[in-house]
Design a protein. Structure first.
Length: 319
């Protein structure tokens, strides 16, 4: 292969820039040219291409977001859109594509691979919900942002003897809620993977109050329930004022953590190696600290599983 392309797709995540940089630098190390595709699959369909040299990815390793921008482009599910994208890439002399995104983006990559154009996937999403890898790029940064925010809310919660419900991201996956709740010592953690009893939370609050706790933190993943709604239900049960904080999009931004940058570097390099070995249709991931690769299909044909041993642990530690 003499020329490959790279794009970012779906929800952005801190560390995507570090992954783009790694793809470009690793490819150039092997004398391969890299074309950046702007706006995900929409740009692939409309030929928004730019040759990325070594200097063009300088000074981005520490930046959040994605230099190539991201987009959602549902039209790309149609075969004719995919064939046109392949045609455009071939006209440019591009022979392989690295897709940085979530499992939705992987579907597009698999479609192209099945149509004869080799693609490799790099997991980039703060939700950590790509099956087949223990971690995705962006999760560690988002987690640290959330924990820092909870710590700050805890300071005021303690001063005013308040109980706080904090809503964090995670529509289907509870990883952010689970890990941040555990890291910040939350009293209760609500995740989409586990059902909950409102009475259980109330009991925990009352037990805490009885032994003189000055504050309580309840973490709820957005996919479980709106934070304000949960606070209202708890107020009705306890008669105590409960405050709510919805962290929102700050969770998606910021400079990537060292861990995410290193992961992005390792993933980007392996993705290039796979294309140079003519191994399309693969996704890179990490398991037991080792970088691995596996069939792209595994990522969207199986369901992500959060580490529920952490859920059990959080219940034991927050008595
Ligand atoms: P994520 O990659 O974060 O899961 P999405 O599910 O929104 O995000 O997918 C991102 C983009 O991937 C979509 O907007 C679309 O362009 C492309 N895509 C998703 N599913 C398919 C599919 N079945 N076939 C082709 N392209 C797809």
């Amino acid at each position: 292969m003499k020329k490959i392309a790279v794009l970012t797709s779906g929800g952005d995540a801190p560390g995507m820039n570090a992954a783009i940089r790694a793809v470009v630098r690793k490819a150039r190390f092997h004398g391969v040219d890299v074309v950046g595709v702007y706006h995900g699959y929409e740009g692939l369909y409309n030929g928004k291409f730019e040759l990325l040299d070594i200097g063009s990815v300088g000074d981005i390793i520490q930046r959040g977001g994605t230099k190539l921008y991201s987009a959602r482009f549902p039209e790309f599910k149609q075969d004719e859109f995919q064939y046109k994208a392949i045609e455009l890439m071939k006209e440019e002399g591009i022979e392989g594509l690295v897709v940085i995104g979530g499992d939705g983006s992987y579907r597009g990559a698999m479609q192209l691979t099945e149509k004869g154009f080799p693609c490799v996937g790099i997991p980039g999403t703060i939700d950590n919900d790509v099956p087949g890898t223990e971690y995705t790029i962006g999760f560690d940064t988002a987690l640290n942002t959330v924990v820092e925010s909870i710590d700050k809310i805890r300071d005021t919660a303690t001063s005013h003897e308040n109980t706080f419900v904090i809503e964090v991201m995670g529509r289907d996956a509870g990883d952010i809620a689970l890990w941040s709740g555990l890291a910040a010592g939350a009293e209760s953690i609500l995740i989409p993977e586990e059902s909950f009893e409102i009475e259980d939370i109330v009991t925990r609050l009352e037990r805490g109050a009885a032994r003189g706790k000055r504050h309580s933190i309840i973490i709820v993943a957005e996919g479980v329930m709106n934070g304000h709604k949960l606070a209202k239900q708890l107020e009705e049960r306890t008669g105590v004022k409960i405050r709510t904080s919805v962290l929102g999009h700050i969770q998606r931004g910021g400079s990537p953590s060292a861990r995410d940058r290193v992961l992005a570097g390792r993933f980007g390099a392996r993705a290039v190696e796979l294309l140079l070995e003519n191994k399309g249709g693969r996704a890179v991931g990490v398991k037991n600290h080792e970088v691995i690769d596996y069939d792209l299909r595994e990522a969207f044909e199986t369901k992500h599983k959060a580490d529920l041993s952490l859920y059990t642990l959080s219940k034991e530690l927050s008595i």
